[in-house]
Write a protein of this length. Structure first.
Lengths: 111, 111
DNA sequence: AAGATTCATCGTAAAAAAACGATTAAAGAA
DNA sequence: TTCTTTAATCGTTTTTTTACGATGAATCTT
């Protein structure tokens, strides 16, 4: 058993969950911070900053890229990453509106 | 090998990641929606709505509870859940400020 | 051309997450 | 008291995630 049933939820629920999943590891939060801090794009510098092996960082970068939160371009022997603000903002806005829509309906405490 | 290194990141990074992880499954997003929709608290109704077995839903509820996003009280033979707006809002605000702090520093595109 | 640097990918291992059925504990109804 | 309902927990299986070292491809440097 152990079949994944994610497909049975709405697309929006799946998208939100995927976005949240991309942020669901401190390393990836840290990477986004680094990418935002340095205006120019970075690559192996991230490895220096994070307490993780190079291959692990690469893996996290890949996940962020798959989620569309960052872009990567090859620059000679090195890779240059930066935040994809378009996607990031899109997800952030969706998350914000999810939050407000949740909250509007439920102002008073229950339980 | 396969040792988790989450502790080596800042507390805030860990907290944000834990919050994101709690939202990182469509079922849990759906549960929050249901809890918000019905003003009063719900329990086995969630099981009826979600395409998941009772034990699986219970598991997801537990995770949301552990993350502090929902509260649960026992009401006779049934369990009543509701969103913990205090924690939820706290995390939402932190996430918002993370987003803005990221964005402020990096307005122009790179790469 | 040879060596060094950079980083993605591969293979692997351990841990965590997702899912379910079965069981159990608690409370209500009969 | 016995039966039923409700939901948490246990045990288990499969999948995914996290992490690393090793390898390999691409690009620079010499």
């Amino acid at each position: 058993m152990a079949v994944h049933k994610k497909e049975e939820f709405t697309q929006k629920e799946q998208d939100m969950a995927a976005f949240a999943k991309a942020l669901a590891h401190p390393a990836r939060i840290a990477i986004l911070k680094v990418l935002a801090q340095r205006n120019e794009c970075i690559c192996g510098e991230i490895v220096e900053i994070l307490p993780l092996a190079q291959s692990t960082v690469s893996q996290h970068l890949k996940e962020l890229k798959n989620a569309g939160l960052i872009d990567g371009t090859i620059d000679g022997p090195r890779s240059c990453y930066c935040i994809n603000w378009k996607t990031f903002e899109k997800f952030y806005n969706e998350f914000s509106s999810l939050f407000t829509s949740l909250k509007v309906k439920n102002e008073k405490a229950c339980c």
